[in-house]
Ligand binder design. Structure first.
Ligand code: FAD
Length: 488
């Protein structure tokens, strides 16, 4: 096992097996002959930028970063790690909350230079290399009025998000990102290469759709596309604490009857001096109900009308916007370079006691405007139309994902910010069962099991044993192979 400081979100990785000291220059010279991309060592220009990931609590120093230009580089880097006895991490978009993309002392296989995207508008397919971010995919597909389900922050990597499932504004209509995966090119732990799809390596294809980066390095994804936008209807309705209970009760009722085009959120945070909010709201808890309707804009206006009448809002921002703008809306707040702590869990319904606990977040939060928030995201729709055993993704019938996220800048504040998030999470836990594998940090093996449930977890362990018996791919939400007393 990695030494895991359970629930500090990031692993204490100084003692990762396979970590090495500086590499021998002769060995690197050989590698340079066959590797086309950049190879970065500590001290090289670009090394620090390449090892930086989204969560600034993660500060790790690989002995080598291999910036891959294609599948051949990935194969070369993987073989090199085996020959040199180096542990590896794999980087897509670098958004793993735990910072799994980067490791101390080993080899970081960095896919971020692999940016190829090809859209076939007629077949409604996109081939996407694994260094792409969702902003890049949306840009290409929206040229043709098409899209596939991606995350709600456009700077998130396609690879990690898809391999864990992939929630987003299109998921209730078109399924998770992984439900739209048609095929994947995969470099395997033994240094081989396979294609996984509905006909070839079907067990692997099953595991790639929710099992994370455990089974191989995906170098390219092929996605199914759908007609989307270019305009979608979005809304943000803000309520003072006095209206909060009424607003949330109505939200619960509205969500239960909403069509698949409609995804709703409810969140609570402490308002900053936001220009759209009246002064009396500044510095106080505020509740926001949000919605995105990905069908016809006029239909969205009709569908959302009852939600807009439920209580008197402090402010309301409703209107159509381009899908690509919607996707980028969270980018500034979710920028790289800040310290982050996330916890999340699934809710299967929303009893009054859960609503009250959700709203009780205000008093336990650290108080700084915008630095901490709690959010409910409505699920269901097409997510639940896929069978529970059809992919590795679990808990498809959950009604909501509830997430607490904390953001701060000063390491001295770590305990305070993590503390309130833990307290909120603990208070919601009696109403919850299961968790989404992409929405938490390093919380230990039990939490990974909870993401799949016992039966599916055992199936994933067997698959891991088949495709990665030595646990080469272990810097992730790790599923250890069945035989294993191996590093993990
Ligand atoms: P990375 O840190 O690069 O990789 C994540 C994991 O995947 C690592 O273990 C890595 O080794 C492995 N990996 C990466 N690429 C490959 C590959 N090609 N082959 C094999 N393994 C690979 N999730 C959602 O579902 N919906 C959202 O809307 C959403 N929004 C988010 C917003 C933010 C700001 C953040 C930080 C996260 C969000 N997430 C969301 C969670 C997100 O899905 C995960 O953090 C995901 O792991 C990010 O993928 P990545 O490629 O950017 O991350």
């Amino acid at each position: 096992m990695h030494p895991v400081d359970v629930d500090r979100q990031t692993e204490v990785s100084a003692a990762v097996p396979g970590s090495g000291g500086a590499l021998d220059e002769a060995v690197l010279r050989d590698l340079r002959r066959t590797f086309r991309g950049e190879l970065l060592q500590p001290g090289d220009p670009g090394y620090d930028a390449a090892r930086r990931v989204w969560n600034a609590t993660v500060d790790r120093r690989p002995v080598l970063i291999a910036r891959c230009t294609g599948t051949a580089d990935v194969l070369t880097a993987l073989r090199f790690s085996r020959d040199e006895g180096l542990a590896i991490s794999v980087r897509g978009g670098g958004h793993s909350v735990a910072g799994h993309a980067v490791l101390d002392g080993g080899l970081m296989i960095d896919l971020s230079p692999m940016k190829g995207i090809r859209v076939d508008p007629e077949a409604r397919r996109a081939s996407v290399q694994s260094g792409c971010l969702w902003s890049e995919v949306d840009r290409e597909t929206q040229q043709f009025g098409l899209a596939t389900t991606g995350g709600v922050v456009s700077q998130t990597g396609v690879a990690g998000l898809t391999l864990g499932g992939g929630q987003g504004w299109l998921a209730r209509k078109h399924g998770y990102s992984c439900d739209n995966l048609v095929a994947a090119d995969v470099v395997t732990a033994d240094g081989g290469f396979v294609v996984a799809d509905a006909d070839r390596n079907t067990d692997l294809f099953w595991g790639l759709r929710g099992g994370g980066g455990n089974f191989g390095i995906v170098t390219s994804f092929q996605f199914r596309l759908h007609e989307v936008g270019p305009q979608v209807l979005t809304g943000q309705l803000f309520y003072a604490p006095e209206e909060a209970v009424r607003a949330l009760e109505a939200f619960r009722e509205f969500v239960a009857g909403a069509p698949d085009e409609m995804t709703c959120t409810a969140s609570v945070w402490t308002a900053a001096e936001e220009p759209h909010l009246p002064e009396r709201a500044h510095g106080r808890p505020v509740v926001m109900l949000g919605f995105v309707f990905v069908g016809d804009v006029e239909a969205g206006e009709r569908v959302s009308a009852p939600l807009r009448r439920i209580a008197k809002p402090l402010a309301e921002l409703v209107g159509p916007m381009p899908y690509t703008v919607l996707q980028a809306q969270g980018d500034e707040y979710q920028r790289h370079g800040l310290r982050r702590f996330w916890k999340s869990q699934y809710l299967w319904d929303l009893p009054n006691a859960a609503l009250e606990t959700f709203l009780g977040r205000g008093p336990v939060s650290p108080g700084e405007p915008l630095l901490g928030g709690v959010t409910l995201l409505s699920l269901g729709g097409a997510i639940a139309h896929v069978g529970e055993d059809d992919t590795a993704v679990s808990h498809r019938n959950a009604a909501f994902d509830v997430m607490v996220s904390s953001t701060w800048a000063d390491p001295a504040d770590d305990d305070r910010h993590m503390g309130w998030a833990r307290r909120f999470h603990g208070a919601m836990a009696p109403f919850s069962r299961g968790v989404y594998i992409n929405n938490f940090g390093s919380e230990g093996e039990e939490r990974i099991r909870a993401a799949y449930g016992p039966t599916k977890y055992e199936r994933l362990v067997a698959l891991k044993h088949r495709y990665d018996p030595d646990n080469v791919f272990r810097h992730n939400q790790n599923i250890r192979p069945s035989s294993s007393r191996l590093p993990g």
